[in-house]
Design a protein around this ligand. Structure first.
Ligand SMILES: NC(=O)c1ccc[n+]([C@@H]2O[C@H](COP(=O)([O-])OP(=O)(O)OC[C@H]3O[C@@H](n4cnc5c(N)ncnc54)[C@H](OP(=O)(O)O)[C@@H]3O)[C@@H](O)[C@H]2O)c1
Length: 250
């Protein structure tokens, strides 16, 4: 199956789109496959990489040490069934991509992206799905608060990347296959400064099967999406499973 990005705002545009007054989009907005780098080999990285590949995108997964990752049983078994998905060092995976997904451990995301380098992120849509948290005796402690979020820190550290915080408010299976919960009738949020990047993100989210994409505003609004993890963890405790999501009734 070939992927088609539906971008109604740009369907009649054959021109490159100037963005943020700084950079020109490299997206072929007339449709076709996208080159997506998924930085992360955990549950989230594999779930999103697998789905994007199924949808017809060209997918590369990023990791610290490809040989070490391929020697990992969980990754090797998954990769063996998906020979079309490349595995490369973080920077190499991102270098050829149009869209980069940050699915790395939140505590290490800034270091991962630093290893990628700003040149490999410039002008690209950077979907940040990470949550920063630290273990504690009880529930993990959420890193974001009302004055700071990982999404903002990433945007500040890499100003030429077009960061969109999204998908971090649900479990990885629900991210990649929203129909698993209530037939997909629930909400995913986007936060970011760049309107075109949010449109690209929305198109990709809709391809995954998300039906209600709620734009929270600029990247500052990632504080809300990231602190929601504290609530998500308690809902998870109450339900005893991960297959749920938030629905903003309105
Ligand atoms: N699990 C979920 O359902 C869920 C839901 C919402 C959001 N999230 C967020 O999504 C992100 C990915 O979660 P996950 O559960 O798939 O995996 P994870 O274990 O949180 O992260 C795995 C990735 O982080 C990289 N990493 C770990 N330690 C590192 C270090 N010291 N330096 C550089 N990179 C390091 C790993 O690199 P290697 O490939 O080299 O090992 C791997 O690619 C996290 O930020 C998480 O909070 C997860």
């Amino acid at each position: 199956m070939r992927a088609r990005i539906r971008l109604p705002f740009f369907q009649d545009s054959s021109k490159r789109i100037a963005t943020a007054g700084l950079i020109e989009s490299t997206f072929d907005l007339k449709g076709g496959d996208m080159k997506i780098a998924v930085l992360g080999t955990g549950s989230v990285g594999r779930a999103l990489a697998g789905r994007f590949a199924e949808l017809g995108h060209e997918v590369a997964v990023g990791t610290r040490d490809p040989a070490a990752t391929l020697a990992r049983g969980d990754y090797a078994a998954w990769a063996a069934e998906r020979p079309g998905i490349a595995l490369a060092a973080f920077a190499d995976a991102a270098a050829g991509a149009e869209v980069v997904v940050n699915a790395s451990s939140g505590a290490h995301s800034l270091a991962v992206l630093a290893s990628v380098g700003e040149a490999n992120l410039a002008g690209k849509v950077l979907l940040d799905v990470a949550n920063e948290m630290t273990p504690s005796d009880g529930l993990p402690l959420v890193g974001a608060n009302e004055t700071a979020s990982l999404g903002e820190r990433i945007q500040r550290a890499f100003p030429s990347a077009r960061v969109v915080k999204t998908l971090n408010t649900m479990n990885f299976e629900v991210m990649a296959n929203p129909a698993l919960v209530a037939g997909g009738d629930h909400t995913v949020f986007v936060s970011g400064e760049d309107a075109e990047a949010k449109r690209v993100a929305t198109a990709l989210l809709e391809q995954l099967g998300h039906t209600d994409v709620l734009d929270l505003g600029g990247i500052e609004s990632a504080r809300g999406a990231e602190t929601a993890l504290a609530f998500w963890l308690r809902v998870r405790m109450a339900l005893g499973h991960n297959r749920f999501n938030f629905k903003i009734a309105r």
